[in-house]
Design a protein around this ligand. Structure first.
Ligand code: UDX
Length: 445
């Protein structure tokens, strides 16, 4: 199928490239000419495992990038909208969705053949039917369901494993205003014949995405609340408590042969320094404010956000326990990205923690295998000394704070134990054994 994808951000580009990989003819559209040129040269503007390889494989073959939205829509039979939907502090900001809907509507005016417009951006329930569809109708002068179709197809891509998540999907949600829109969307995903597909209306499709992310965020905040209580009560460890919880056979089923399955969901059921990234914080807040708009108080999700906002302070408190005065104390931050496998620092717990340390006049050194350039954009280069290795960052420090679960940090105990003055270790992810150093502190102990 000839498909146009609007927006070459994280979701748009990964989707475009993967749609090419499954055999479609894809045109990626973006207003940013520099980005478009870069993509056409086979260079990915974002870092994502495996993306460059697939981009190089398909570019100038069955994948092209352009700034010409008109041609892209005219030449394709289905358009995927994958533009940003930021949270503006109060609610979801739909300005890019609205703009694109108007522009696509204008183009549909000239189109003689049936076309389907699909929203892939994460949008609050009702947006596709109440914002996108009316704008398409208004600017095209045509009728949805008659002259063109409208669908909603949420993404479930994790940063760092987005290509694998697209190519081996756990589910495909096919929202649409009618059978014709859903069927056209279904054709896009025909190669995934073994995957569970859920055909539904657009509003439900939108809600599935929010409910999915909100559940995972809730599990994390739940685990953090339990962890914080364990720490307060003393003489116990949240890690052990949660291990016990994981062993519930409804969470970790036991097969007939007695073998235990440990599902990956258990990794969201661990205490730590809190969730971040481009999705969980933004999506949970957007759903809370969407609920408030219709008079529904989202009490649980409000607490999920509150707990998460407090979690970085718990890390700092562990440091203050040992060093009540941080002025001129040397603190090494290990891990800046919101999770391993990415250089993304959006809503990373490292941001409030570093800012607090700076306010308390600590001397900060920092190391992250890939996120240091991002960190420099946020904190600048003057206040923090960035290091090239774990060995360098921990040199002569009073304390080390581990904030991202990078695998290479497993070497920390050996490196720290070899230091002349062994620093305090604060494990914000409960990644290392708690007896690995003379002074170890972790969330939930
Ligand atoms: C998330 C959803 O997982 C994905 O389905 C959706 O499409 C977009 O949002 P992403 O933000 O890339 O993806 O990251 P994810 O790996 O889910 O991590 C989100 C947060 O949860 C991070 O702060 C991370 O540290 C935390 N997390 C993640 C855990 O605490 N445990 C884990 O096992 C994984």
């Amino acid at each position: 199928m000839k498909i146009s994808v609007i927006g070459t951000g994280y979701v748009g580009l990964v989707s475009g490239v993967c749609l090419a990989e499954i055999g479609h003819d894809v045109i990626c559209v973006d207003k940013d000419k520099t980005k478009v040129d870069q993509i056409n040269l086979g260079k990915s503007p974002i870092y994502e495992e495996g993306l460059s390889k697939l981009l190089t494989k398909h570019i100038n073959s069955n994948l092209h990038a352009t700034i010409n939205l008109h041609n892209a829509v005219m030449e394709s039979s289905l358009t995927i909208i994958a533009v940003g939907t930021p949270y503006d502090g109060d609610a979801i900001d739909l300005q890019y969705i609205e703009q694109v809907s108007k522009e696509v509507g204008e183009i549909l005016k000239d189109k003689k053949t049936y076309h389907v417009v699909v929203v892939k951006s994460t949008v609050v329930p009702g947006t596709t039917d109440n914002v996108v569809l009316p704008l398409l109708e208004k600017y095209s002068g045509k009728k949805a369901g008659l002259d063109f179709g409208v669908g909603m197809n949420p993404e479930f891509l994790r940063e760092g494993t987005a290509i694998a998540d697209f190519m081996q999907p756990d589910r495909i949600v096919l929202g649409g205003i009618d059978n014709k829109s859903q069927s056209k969307l279904d054709e896009v995903y025909a190669p995934f014949s073994d995957t569970d597909k859920l055909k539904t209306d657009n509003k439900t499709a939108e809600m599935i995405k929010y409910a999915s992310n909100s559940l995972l965020a809730t599990l994390i905040s739940f685990s953090n609340e339990i962890g914080n209580l364990c720490a307060k009560l003393g003489d116990m460890d949240a890690l052990e408590v949660m291990r016990g919880v994981h062993l519930d056979k409804r969470i970790s089923p036991i097969l007939k042969n007695g073998q235990r399955i440990t599902p990956s969901i258990t990794s969201y059921l661990e205490a730590g320094c809190g969730f971040g990234g481009s999705c969980f914080p933004k999506d949970v807040k957007a759903l809370i404010s969407h609920g408030a708009n219709v008079g529904e108080k989202m009490q649980l999700l409000s607490s999920v956000v509150d707990i998460n906002n407090d979690q970085p302070k718990k890390v700092l408190n562990l440091l203050l326990k040992h060093y009540p005065e941080l002025e001129n104390k040397k603190v090494a931050i290990l891990g800046l990205a919101f999770k391993p496998g990415t250089n993304d620092m959006r809503e990373s717990p490292a941001i409030p923690i570093v800012n607090d340390l700076l306010n308390k006049k600590a001397e900060i050194t920092a190391y992250d295998p890939v996120a240091q350039d991002e960190a420099k954009k946020i904190f600048g280069t003057k206040k923090i000394t960035y290091s090239k290795s774990i060995n360098e960052v921990v040199k002569d420090v009073d304390a080390v704070i581990l904030l991202t679960r990078w695998q290479e940090f497993e070497a920390l105990p050996e490196i720290l134990n070899a230091c002349k003055k062994i620093p305090l270790l604060i494990d914000g992810r409960r990644m290392l054994p708690k007896n690995c150093l003379p002074r170890y502190e972790g969330i939930g102990i």
